[in-house]
Design a protein. Structure first.
Length: 388
DNA sequence: AATGAACCCAACCGCAATACC
DNA sequence: TGGTATTGCGGTTGGGTTCAT
């Protein structure tokens, strides 16, 4: 027996809320609270179903809701939490005071997700998008040029699951690790790599094949994607904090040799380390706070003060710029664009968009976002001469 | 200026989990 | 303990707004 949809009863209104309805709901909840959503609309004199009232209240009318655009801090928090929690919007919202799950979900889908895609980052896995590398063509060309009787290599298509259109996740992980470490060794960002796919495909496929040949010699071992690659920290060692500089809002890290280093984060790395080291795997936030990128931090603030999000000074400067921009907008509202929701009520439902049409806001955030996916380990590591 | 496309976000839908009887 | 009501949540939709041509 299916349940009757809550709004199917005749006479119940649907669609956008009017200011009068909002006021009725606010007045009622302020007087009586919201104990029973089912009976609330009738008692409040609203021709709505309880579900609609609950949504309107929790997503829009609640007094503690923070409206307006997301700050850089909020945005980076969303990205970080999403890399670990996935589409658990309510869990993410619980860590962002004043923001609703619906608001975060919308913001993710309309802004962050698209930005990550433009950057060549898979918004689901938070890793470089492997589909852009056209794995099948990589493998096809490699096998065409490789006549080795090696049975495992000849069975490679079976290994990666091409026959059933499912890629072996271990191989994907390996490929991702390779891209990351390759970008480090080449001193290039993933975007650079993605723009130079042809050049890297051959190198990429050779790495996979070398790895498989290694496995063929050591069949007793399960595939360890990291075994053929130097650990991330070894590659990045040698970059000292004092060599961190900034040009045009982007931090640049330098190897002692003078080469520029751009580090790209891997959420898999973060979560893998978390799964291996977190003492309380059920407490996700504790793991986030204590095991960011596999290093122990006493707080999120301490974590943020290090390189993952950019330098603390730089973040402060961006914050000041943002506040300055907001002050200008407050002083000269005619220069901003006034946006109203479909159901204008009061200041709660009307906000200023500080996007000024020249793309500055978007560019700033993209720049910041790309910065977000770079970090450094050097503060914590000894210099490894092998990578000097 | 007109118009179609793209964007944005409040609201809805339906399922799952939980509470209650 | 099982059935029903309620609440919570994530995915999707619809319509207003903005942008591009």
């Amino acid at each position: 027996m299916g349940r009757t949809p809550c709004c199917e009863k005749e006479g119940l209104k649907k669609g956008p809320w009017t200011p009068e309805e909002d006021q009725k709901l606010i007045d009622y909840i302020q007087k009586h609270g919201y104990g029973n959503w089912r009976t609330l609309p009738k008692n409040a004199g609203l021709q709505r179903c309880g579900k609609s009232c609950r949504l309107r209240w929790t997503n829009y009318l609640r007094p503690d809701i923070k409206r307006g655009r997301f700050s850089f801090e909020e945005e980076e928090t969303i990205i970080q939490l999403h890399s670990i929690l996935g589409n658990k919007w309510s869990a993410i919202a619980a860590r962002l005071p004043g923001r609703t799950d619906n608001e975060i979900k919308n913001y993710w889908n309309t802004h962050i997700r698209k930005r990550l895609l433009r950057m060549g980052i898979d918004p689901v896995t938070h890793n470089p998008r492997l589909d852009l590398l056209d794995l099948s063509s990589i493998l096809g060309s490699s096998f065409y040029n490789n006549n080795s009787p090696n049975s495992q290599i000849n069975n490679f298509s079976r290994l990666i699951g091409i026959h059933n259109s499912t890629i072996n996740p271990e191989v994907l992980r390996f490929a991702s690790s390779f891209i990351t470490s390759n970008s480090l060794s080449q001193h290039h960002t993933p975007n650079f790599l993605l723009q130079n796919v042809d050049q890297n495909q051959e190198q990429y496929s050779q790495m996979i094949i070398s790895h498989l040949q290694l496995q063929e010699q050591q069949p007793q071992h399960q595939i360890d994607p990291s075994s053929a690659l130097p650990p991330l920290h070894e590659v990045s060692a040698g970059c000292s904090p004092s060599t961190t500089t900034s040009y045009g809002g982007e931090p640049h890290y330098y190897h002692s040799s003078g080469h520029q280093l751009l580090f790209q984060s891997s959420s898999n790395f973060t979560t893998d380390f978390y799964s291996q080291n977190c003492q309380h795997p059920n407490d996700e936030m504790a793991s986030i706070n204590n095991n960011m990128n596999g290093f122990n931090y006493s707080s999120l603030e301490e974590f943020q003060s290090y390189g993952f999000y950019g330098s603390h000074e730089e973040r402060e400067r961006e914050r000041e710029q943002e506040q300055f921009h907001e002050q200008i907008m407050e002083a000269s509202p005619e220069t901003s664009t006034l946006n109203s929701s479909s159901t204008p009520l009061n200041s709660n439902s009307t906000y200023f968009s500080t996007t000024n049409g020249n793309g500055t806001d978007q560019d700033d955030r993209e720049s910041y976002c790309s910065q977000f996916f770079k970090f450094e380990f050097s503060d914590f590591l000894d210099v490894n001469p092998a990578f000097m």
